[in-house]
Design a protein around this ligand. Structure first.
Ligand SMILES: *[C@@H]1O[C@H](CO)[C@@H](O)[C@H](O)[C@H]1NC(C)=O
Ligand SMILES: *[C@@H]1O[C@H](CO)[C@@H](O)[C@H](O)[C@H]1NC(C)=O
Ligand SMILES: *[C@@H]1O[C@H](CO)[C@@H](O)[C@H](O)[C@H]1NC(C)=O
Ligand SMILES: *[C@@H]1O[C@H](CO)[C@@H](O)[C@H](O)[C@H]1NC(C)=O
Length: 765
């Protein structure tokens, strides 16, 4: 009998006593009882009487397939048994659910976008799939947007309450340039999905000439959202991705309700973490409103069911073997102990169980321990001192690493010329930014974060914290700072100083109060739109600053990242070119293409894609885009234009060529400007936007020409009233129209809309 009991390690107490008393029929009975207990102990997943799976997929509560089996309509799963095995669908949609995690995640499948061409550049197929979800956002951490192709511009446009657009560009001339397995902008590019996205549309386009250069090895563009880790880029996908897969796994986040944990706990009737006896932990959803539950430490199961969270019997888990000798399981915990004659904490990872020592031995041990302790104390004292010294050394090392000594020398050489650049200590700047507090963040970009800082002398400054800097670029950075410190131009943001003690350098700039040009042209929050004379003034000032940088400094300085967000305005609307030279700190090799392009696409010199170099003429091109932006009030890159031309430069030049300048000008500009002057400026803009750098004017010529044109404004007799010739743009078909809008779930192709995209390049009205 004893043998039987030993053979059943899972034996609960009362059963073993039955066994011990003995008759064989009782043994059988006990075995049945035991089986019954075991069966009951299996953690339930679904409510009683409800199916806990559909085909291969387990369906844990709050999800369920039948009425009364799900928490509310949001968690309804339709199990379609006409398939074998049956398939689970989200609600009444066509979205196939293949896995549900209790940790607030589930997996669905979505379509792949496709855009194919024939040898002569004619489009042969086009698919731009949608995902529209009523309740569950797409996980921002577990998915990525990927595009494949060698002449590819891929865009996701979506809704997260407000609309957003993101995407990436992948280019390559030759298949030899493509790196197997590397998705970094050559043949393949990737970007993240923002938080809280419940609806998105993927679309594709050719960047150059409909794949005519690359057709032999890459006739199609593809794009998809997919769970991280499920796709590895392969060169052969450039030729035939289609044959591999047309659907990809996507992970969604799910959560209960719209409240966070502390709000939800106030109403216990509706609180969903229902498992009894405080066995649950509530988590706020990190991707949208709502919360999700888990079992507390020491428990496992479904926290949404009253009996869901069951104790984990740590003692029975042979793989853990937590205790040395005796193990006692408790609800939610366990305890180790030692047999008589042994001592210690009994834990396998603790002191374990050792035979007891005599008192003498104990005393000796105590003595040894105390002296050890004293020794330890001494050591840690010394250690602490060493660490402090090490920290100071580290600061010095960073200072050296960041080129501080070189810089000090360079700066002292220029001492007395212009305002000298100050070197700040890390401590000063930490204080000035309230320890880099979140509410001091002015902006965040590809190159770093900008904080508002207040110096001890009450000067307000902007402090830029660069991203990790490559060692090899330090010299360039030093050069940059020392050159910048000598630039003293009314229309260039002034560099006040820097700090080199931290691992990445910190730059300190003058604080410009009135936002940036982009906000003033495009953002409705600045109530009054910029009047034309001010726009022209800003253009003249910016051109002047760039011309000065290109021609008047000891070393020509190329800005490389001219765009409206980099033109700051003070309270008198004086333009201040900023983010100055910072793009030089960013390595401009191919692998950085995607990240770079995300920020400045639309302003980027098209020659860059051939030469991978940005020159003075690239600044001229970017400035041309800026002029077009000022003239038309349209964004450099936009996906909302009714005529579907996403690139302002191309749109501007083609409209000029078709003699439609006055149709695309901003209404306000038309009203306030003078026709001849606008025409001339448009012509100048067009010259700046020439595809070949050498055909563009220099910044000096641009600045002088603009000055001259500005003077023209002062002769009001030239002004003619054009009336409002511009026709109202037809609003683009709203994104939410696809399949009953964002309030119902769907993944779909919208073939009718595709037609609009394909044919609607120029006749959007
Ligand atoms: C799902 O079921 C099918 C058919 O019964 C089987 O081939 C497949 O391996 C199952 N998948 C999983 C993940 O269990
Ligand atoms: C199950 O799927 C089939 C085939 O797609 C469809 O015709 C049918 O309406 C579905 N049944 C349910 C209950 O949704
Ligand atoms: C390519 O496609 C275009 C447009 O669909 C068509 O006009 C042209 O004939 C096609 N060319 C070839 C070689 O198939
Ligand atoms: C992708 O590559 C990684 C590492 O090379 C590998 O562990 C993983 O299994 C691969 N994934 C797929 C889907 O092939």
């Amino acid at each position: 009998m004893v043998a039987a009991a030993q053979a059943m390690p899972h034996c609960p107490q009362q059963v073993s006593s039955t066994l011990a008393t003995g008759n064989w029929h009782k043994v059988v009975l006990s075995l049945i009882l035991l089986w019954a207990i075991e069966a009951a102990v299996v953690n339930p997943l679904a409510l009683e009487g409800c199916d806990d799976h559909c085909g291969n997929v387990s369906i844990p509560y709050p999800f369920g397939t039948k009425e009364g089996c799900y928490l509310n309509e949001t968690f309804r799963i339709t199990c379609n048994t006409t398939y074998n095995p049956p398939l689970a669908f989200l609600g009444t949609s066509n979205i196939n659910v293949t896995h549900i995690w209790l940790s607030g995640e589930l997996r669905i499948y979505s379509y792949v976008a496709e855009d194919c061409y024939n040898q002569s550049g004619g489009r042969t197929s086009y698919k731009d799939p949608w995902i529209t979800l009523a309740k569950f956002p797409i996980s921002d951490t577990r998915n990525k947007f990927t595009a494949i192709g060698c002449d590819t511009s891929a865009v996701i446009k979506g809704s997260k309450g407000t609309t957003y657009t993101t995407g990436c560009i992948s280019l390559c001339d030759r298949i030899e340039d493509v790196i197997e397995g590397s998705c970094s902008g050559i043949g393949c590019c990737q970007t993240n999905i923002p938080k809280r996205v419940k609806a998105l549309n993927m679309s594709l386009d050719s960047y150059y000439n409909n794949h005519q250069n690359v057709w032999d090895f890459n006739p199609c563009n593809y794009a998809f959202v997919a769970e991280v880790g499920t796709y590895n880029f392969s060169i052969r996908d450039l030729r035939d991705f289609r044959n591999r897969t047309m659907m990809t796994p996507v992970v969604l986040n799910w959560a209960i309700g719209d409240q966070n944990c502390s709000e939800a706990k106030k109403d216990l009737k509706s609180y969903a973490c229902t498992s009894k006896d405080n066995r649950t932990v509530c988590h706020d959803s990190e991707n949208g409103p709502g919360y999700w539950c888990s079992c507390s430490k020491g428990f496992e199961g479904n926290p949404y069911l009253p009996d869901g969270c069951q104790d984990i019997d740590e003692c029975q888990n042979a793989t853990l073997s937590l205790c040395d000798q005796k193990c006692t399981n408790y609800n939610g915990s366990y305890e180790c102990s030692c047999e008589p004659g042994y001592e210690g904490d009994g834990k396998s990872d603790g002191t374990g169980c050792k035979p007891k020592h005599s008192t003498l031995l104990v005393k000796v041990a105590l003595g040894v321990t105390i002296s050890l302790l004293v020794l330890l104390l001494g050591i840690s004292w010394v250690h602490l001192g060493l660490r402090k010294r090490k920290f100071i050394k580290l600061k010095e090392k960073c200072f050296e690493q960041n080129g501080g000594i070189q810089l000090q020398q360079q700066l002292s050489r220029h001492n007395g010329s212009v305002e000298t650049t100050q070197i700040f200590t890390a401590e000063e700047l930490k204080k000035a930014t309230n320890n880099y507090h979140e509410n001091r963040i002015l902006g965040q970009g590809g190159q770093g974060t900008v904080y508002k800082g207040i110096l001890p002398d009450n000067r307000v400054v902007a402090i830029k914290k660069s991203k990790i800097l490559d060692q090899s670029q330090v010299e360039q950075f030093i050069n940059e700072v020392s050159v910048l410190s000598q630039v003293n131009h009314r229309n260039v943001v002034k560099l006040l100083g820097c700090c080199l003690e931290t691992q990445v350098p910190l730059l300190v700039y003058e604080f410009v109060t009135n936002g940036n040009l982009f906000e003033h042209i495009h953002n409705t929050s600045h109530a009054s739109m910029l009047p034309w004379p001010l726009r022209l003034q800003i253009a003249v000032e910016t051109a002047g600053a760039l011309s000065y940088l290109h021609f008047a400094t000891s070393i020509p300085i190329i800005h490389r990242d001219i765009k409206s967000t980099n033109i700051l305005l003070d309270d008198k609307y004086t333009a201040k070119v900023s983010d100055f030279g910072a793009s030089r700190l960013v390595p401009l090799d191919q692998s950085q293409l995607t990240t770079l392009v995300q920020g400045t696409l639309g302003y980027l010199d098209p020659e860059y894609f051939h030469s991978s170099q940005l020159t003075e003429k690239s600044d001229v091109y970017s400035f041309g885009v800026l002029l077009a932006e000022l003239l038309t009030g349209k964004k450099a890159l936009s996906f909302d234009r009714p005529d579907k031309e996403r690139n302002l430069a191309i749109y501007f030049v083609s409209s000029m060529n078709e003699n439609r300048l006055f149709e695309i000008l901003d209404q306000q500009v038309l009203k306030e400007g003078n026709v001849e002057q606008l025409k001339e400026i448009a012509m100048l803009t067009k010259r700046c936007l020439k595809l070949k750098g050498e055909e563009r004017p220099t910044m000096k010529e641009v600045a002088m020409e603009l000055e001259g044109l500005k003077a023209m404004e002062k002769h009001p007799w030239m002004k003619r009233n054009l009336g409002s010739e511009e026709t109202e743009n037809l609003p683009g078909k709203s994104y939410d129209d696809c399949f009953g809008g964002v309030n119902s779930d769907s993944v779909c192709y919208d073939s009718i809309r595709n037609q609009v995209i394909i044919s609607g390049l120029d006749d959007g009205r």
